[in-house]
Design a protein around this ligand. Sequence first.
Ligand SMILES: Cc1cc2nc3c(=O)[nH]c(=O)nc-3n(C[C@H](O)[C@H](O)[C@H](O)COP(=O)(O)OP(=O)(O)OC[C@H]3O[C@@H](n4cnc5c(N)ncnc54)[C@H](O)[C@@H]3O)c2cc1C
Length: 444
Amino acid sequence: MGSAAASRLSAEAARAEETRGAAPGGRLANWAGNYEYGVDRVHHARSLEEVREFVQAHGRMKVLGTRHCFNGIADSDHNLLSLTRMADVVALDPKARTVTLEAGVSYGQLCPYLHEKGFALHNLASLPHISVAGACATATHGSGVGNPNLASSVSGLEIVTAAGEVLQLSREKDGRQFRGAVVHLGALGVVTKVSLDIEPTYDMRQYVYLDLPMPELRDHFEDVVSAGYSVSLFTDWQKERVNEVWIKRRVEPGTSRDAEADFFGARLADRNVHPIVELSAEHCTEQMGVTGPWYERLPHFRMGFTPSSGKELQSEYFVHRRDAVEAILAIERLRDHVSPHLMISELRTVAADELWMSTCYGRDSLAIHFTWEQDWPSVRKLLPMIEKELSPFGGRPHWGKLFTMAPAALQSRYERRDDFKQLARQLDPEGTFRNRFLDSTLYG
Ligand SMILES: Cc1cc2nc3c(=O)[nH]c(=O)nc-3n(C[C@H](O)[C@H](O)[C@H](O)COP(=O)(O)OP(=O)(O)OC[C@H]3O[C@@H](n4cnc5c(N)ncnc54)[C@H](O)[C@@H]3O)c2cc1C
């Protein structure tokens, strides 16, 4: 990995992460507060050496990122290790166009640093408060027909394996093993450094349209989702319409405002809006075509605003983009079941990648997302209906969100699952990094 001088990022966000997240009973919980971890005590490593020592001393453990998953993927009944105190940029290589980070860095810390140095990432998720390592581990994504998920930017990894050995993997040199290791679900070891592709920084403008008729989406799906660098559709599945279309465009030199008043029957919003139109847009990224840097337009929520915890649940399923319209109509038919428990749904496109356990492995995808009211008994009854409807399209659930799919069905959606399990056996023969989530999904 790179060798340039290390650069200290703001430690404030990392410290904040460490202190948040106790459930009402005082137990350590995830960001949404819907999942309590099996142990309360988190060990904070400060160096590669400390990580190695911790792994060698503990037979069963998991790494906690920023705790933004809604399920038990990061959980351990034994030991939890956090890398939030390892949060520096290790090297920025302008020639190779890569940045190398310690694994505790979040996008919120990284993006302003990159922009200041004249660089950018290709895409971001809906909010910036998540760790780069934890996001890539679960194939976290943004939107855009030409944009693969965030893990696709990874060009190198440093992993401490169960034996305490330090493994360096690069896209260039370790093709096969690398493609297996990037979306690793926390199953292969402790990622201590990540290298990412970067590109020259760019500006963006964001526009929101209201009330896109569903028949227009059905007839012009590809045109709608290709109308910008990144397009998100928000719907409550009611009234045969998409409530909001968020279009994020890269600003090419010399271009001015580039939004028509009408977009397939939807009208241009005349103020900033929240994805749920009734809520205040105070914490949303700037819209109305105001030019700004990429990292202040690609997420829907602002960097400076750190949500404490969100009383919500999330689920998301990925289908082949060629089946997008059929899949959307299938969910629309469930609207009377879905809507009473839904805060909002989001539809995004993600380009295909080659990462074995990625939700977009081998297929250009549509991601159908649900933000639910925090009522798990009701949501748990609904998810099998959604999964059944999306089954003909080979729906793959987001690894970090809530799903109920049977292990055999889940595994059948991943062509490279056996290769991945073999890689896990090789790097972690005793199951140091296995947990109940992995046992029930990958090995169930
Ligand atoms: C409000 C909200 C908005 C979201 N928006 C999006 C979105 O727009 N798009 C999307 O795709 N997802 C989204 N998510 C889901 C989120 O991006 C993923 O769940 C992501 O994995 C969270 O990263 P984390 O660091 O918080 O993960 P954690 O839950 O802390 O960990 C996730 C996994 O990564 C492993 N891990 C973390 N760090 C390391 C490490 N250093 N070494 C080894 N293993 C590690 C953990 O063991 C675990 O298996 C959202 C979640 C929330 C709460």
